[in-house]
Write a protein that binds this ligand. Structure first.
Ligand code: NAD
Ligand code: DAU
Length: 328
């Protein structure tokens, strides 16, 4: 199978590329190399094109493929609050352009989406694939728009496409704007850990290798027009994750700073994963063990994250997002 992986230089996409190369698939990557795309994430032998999924000529430079897995997206909720335009362009329009390619090539298509499209959910409930979409942020609204384009392309044009909706993913190579790598690298640098609001928000944590295994299964065995939730059902409050970082690194708890909340902050995510488990998927990594191993990876790979955190782009983002919050 010749497989196109878009966003393959990002966090989850790069793990998926390595997984598929190990399975001896013929993999080609298309990535715009935004701030989140990192050549250091890619294996040396990768066939990689620079390009924008929202630009038809960029997408057509790849030539024929049998399947497309779309990881390319603007992904950070806080950035979407500051500027949603790029999110709509990549996550909605980009998905549409890729669907047109899949239609022309009769290629299999998997859209990598998120539990955030369901919005937050009351204690005791878990979101199912046919639940109503209630996105809260410009990011999740854009991802929901992408999902709906995929489902419309199946119905109207017969595109052979499925959607995965994964939960909060952790592991090596995640850009240090997201909570676990941000808090870990800040703790390693003796910097404060800015915990939003009361820190009691719940996320359903999933190791990146388990997420990629779920996406591969849907690529190979998912049904056209079907949506599959992917989660390990490891629900933990942010404060619990923060304490684990502090305890594992043996740094002082006074580094934790409760700061102003994220506007529109979703309180709890939880996914019902019965459908994917019925296909034979089961998560392998236990949460605490996986988080500790991830913290160790950041401790041992300063050469990966230090250039990012010292870059002008990251400093500007950090200043805009945290300076006022940390000053009060
Ligand atoms: P990431 O931000 O680490 O990487 C995104 C990649 O997409 C980068 O390599 C970037 O350069 C590329 N990209 C951005 N805009 C592009 C464009 N217009 N054209 C081509 N490439 C472009 O993201 P991630 O965390 O690895 O997430 C990957 C996918 O998984 C996203 O679709 C995201 O919505 C979804 N997802 C992420 C999580 C999570 O917790 N990280 C959970 C569920 C779903
Ligand atoms: O649920 C899946 C989603 O998980 C993906 O679709 C997104 O692409 C991915 O970014 C992630 O979204 P979150 O907003 O949940 O991830 P983030 O790491 O930004 O935040 C996780 C939790 O930690 C959230 O409740 C907000 C909180 N947080 C985050 C940051 C960055 C803080 O308390 N302080 C922070 O500085």
């Amino acid at each position: 199978m010749r497989l196109l992986v878009t966003g393959g230089a990002g966090f989850i996409g790069s793990h998926f590329v390595k997984r598929m190369l190990a399975a001896s698939d013929d993999v080609v990557i298309l990535d715009k190399f935004t701030y989140a795309g990192n050549p250091a994430n890619l294996p040396a032998e990768s066939e990689c094109y620079r390009g924008d999924i929202a630009v038809q000529e960029d997408v057509e430079q790849i030539g024929a493929v049998d399947a497309i897995v779309n990881f390319a997206a603007e992904t950070h909720v806080d950035r979407s609050i500051h500027g949603p335009e790029d999110f709509v362009r990549t996550d909605v329009l980009g998905t549409l352009v890729l669907l047109q390619l899949a239609r022309e090539l009769s290629a299999r298509f998997v859209q990598v989406s998120t539990d955030e499209v369901y919005g937050d959910i009351e204690p005791g409930w878990s979101s199912r694939e046919d639940d109503r979409l209630r996105p809260s942020s410009p990011y999740s609204a854009s991802k929901a728009g992408g999902d709906l384009q995929v489902l419309a392309a199946v119905r109207t044009f017969g595109v052979n496409a499925s959607v995965t909706r994964g939960s909060n993913t952790y592991g090596p190579n995640q850009y240090p704007e997201k909570v676990l790598p941000l808090f870990t690298t800040n703790a390693l640098d003796g910097e404060p850990l800015p915990l939003y609001g009361d820190g009691r928000q719940v996320r359903d944590w999933l190791h990146v290798e388990d997420h990629c295994a779920g996406i591969e299964l849907v690529l190979r065995e998912g049904q056209p027009g079907d949506v599959y939730n992917v989660a390990a059902n490891e629900e933990h409050e942010n404060v619990e994750l923060t304490n684990l970082v502090i305890d594992h690194l043996g740094v002082d708890r006074s580094l934790i700073r409760n700061v102003d909340d994220r506007p529109g902050h979703d309180r709890r995510y939880s996914l019902d994963t019965t459908k994917l488990r019925a296909l034979g998927w089961t998560p392998r990594r236990e949460w605490e063990d996986g988080v500790r191993a991830t913290i160790d990876w950041y401790r041992d790979n300063r050469d990966w994250w230090e250039p990012i955190k010292r870059s002008d782009g990251f400093r500007e983002f950090y200043e805009r997002q945290y300076a006022a919050r940390l000053a009060t």
